[in-house]
Write a protein that binds this ligand. Structure first.
Ligand code: FAD
Length: 392
């Protein structure tokens, strides 16, 4: 097993790092590293810069704009973006809807939707979860009844990230409620968010931010050509998409950058007249997180080595989601500890030179509670590992 980058991979990393340092606008980086809210314009600005460079969708087929990079190069680029402090690329179009269309879409659907996703013209969101159907997704109830050349959709989705920005939503809907097996009778529909009968209602999270929404469908007409794959076969599509959702949740590059910042904050913060960084208990906690992060990186590299050898990683990639998100939460907890009373939300901090940063820490801490829930909760990821890898 080779856990080092080859000379070509190292050269690629240097090229990516150099380009990012030149191309990432300072104001966007400033917002990301200081945990400030990103607007839709911010997200699209970064998307467009990458699209113009031809690097916005590295894993797409080359004929549709993919870069042709190896899995290792794609991973390196991802981690370099996280380390540099780039805004996130919103995955719903690029990383969820697009792979579904490549695998199951008609030529017409591909031509209609993919170029607009690549250019950032259409903003997508994901309509899977419903009240009562999260981990147990197959119990979803939103109904789609075929009437001539369209479906009529009625029901509710919940936790729909960035639905308030979205032009389109891809939805799992029940087209046949009579099937004994709940996974059968589900279909995958693409729905224009401007359709009459759609209402988006914000859910304000405990950090005061609005990332997620409830989406209501009240007799919404959806043309039948917006069905992806066969009617009643949406569960196959849903599973294909969830595999992609789990990728990219480890965020090693981002955690490395945040850990570096944490060390800088702890070196400046005094406890009993000495830098917090000299406190053995604080150092112990910080070191544990750092060691976990190194272990996560090595685990990532192990999976990449498998990919180099042509062996796709299986259910054990759930490990990356569990560990990556636990580390992200661990860092946010230590940040709070390091900043002490200055980490309180809305509290003016005028005697510290990192005030913008510390003033956002409590909100950040609250916001990070979500990472062990979304993209399949960590408990569900443990079940996947237990069943598929350990055979329990
Ligand atoms: C910030 C955020 C953004 C989200 N964005 C989207 C989005 O854009 N689109 C979308 O469709 N969904 C989205 N979700 C929904 C997300 O996928 C669900 O919240 C998640 O799948 C859990 O479902 P639930 O909330 O219904 O909780 P439940 O499924 O009710 O689970 C409650 C608790 O029980 C545990 N649990 C449930 N079943 C088991 C089991 N079998 N074994 C062990 N433990 C179990 C869970 O781990 C959890 O701790 C988002 C969620 C959050 C928090």
């Amino acid at each position: 097993m080779d856990l080092n980058y080859s000379a070509e991979e190292t050269a690629f990393r240097d090229e990516a790092r150099g380009w990012l340092s030149q191309s990432l606008p300072h104001d966007l980086r400033d917002k990301v590293v200081n945990y400030r809210d990103l607007s839709k314009d911010d997200l699209l600005r970064w998307h467009t810069i990458l699209a113009e460079k031809g690097w916005v969708a590295p894993d797409w087929p080359v004929e549709w704009g993919g870069t042709g990079w190896t899995a290792v190069e794609r991973y390196i680029f991802e981690e370099e973006m996280g380390y540099a402090g780039c805004p996130p690329l919103i995955p719903f179009g690029l990383r969820m809807c697009a792979p579904v269309l490549f695998r199951f879409g008609t030529e017409e659907q591909k031509k209609r939707y993919l170029p607009r996703i690549y250019q950032g013209v259409d903003f997508w969101c994901q309509g899977y979860s419903e009240p009562g159907a999260g981990s147990d997704l197959a119990s979803l109830k939103t109904r789609a009844v075929r009437q001539g050349d369209h479906y009529v959709v009625t029901g509710q989705k919940i936790w729909t990230t960035l639905a308030h920005f979205a032009d389109w939503i891809f939805c799992l809907v029940r087209t046949d409620a009579s099937r004994e097996k709940r996974q059968e009778g589900i279909s995958f529909l693409l729905i224009d968010m401007r359709s009459p009968g759609i209402t988006v209602r914000p859910i304000v999270l405990m950090d005061g931010g609005q990332d997620v929404n409830e989406v209501f469908f009240d007799d919404v007409k959806v043309p039948v050509e917006n069905l992806v794959h066969e009617e009643h076969k949406g569960w196959t599509v849903a599973k294909h998409l969830l595999g992609y959702e789990r990728m990219g949740t480890g965020r090693v590059g981002q955690s490395k950058r945040e850990l570096q910042t944490l060390k800088e904050v702890a070196a400046r913060q005094l406890k009993g007249g000495r830098p917090l960084m000299d406190d053995p208990r604080f150092r112990d906690r910080l070191t544990r997180v750092e060691v976990e992060l190194m272990a996560l990186e090595i685990t990532n590299l192990r999976f990449l080595d498998q990919l180099r050898g042509g062996r796709p990683p299986g259910a054990e990639v759930s490990l990356l989601k569990i560990k990556g998100t636990e580390i992200q939460q661990g860092i946010s907890e230590l940040m709070m500890q390091a900043a002490g009373p200055f980490a309180q939300a809305f509290r003016p901090v005028d005697n510290m030179d990192f005030d913008h940063f510390t003033a956002r820490l409590a909100a950040r801490y609250c916001n990070m509670r979500k990472v062990t829930i979304y993209a399949g909760s960590n408990e569900i990821q443990r079940n996947i590992i237990a069943k598929a890898t350990l055979g329990l």
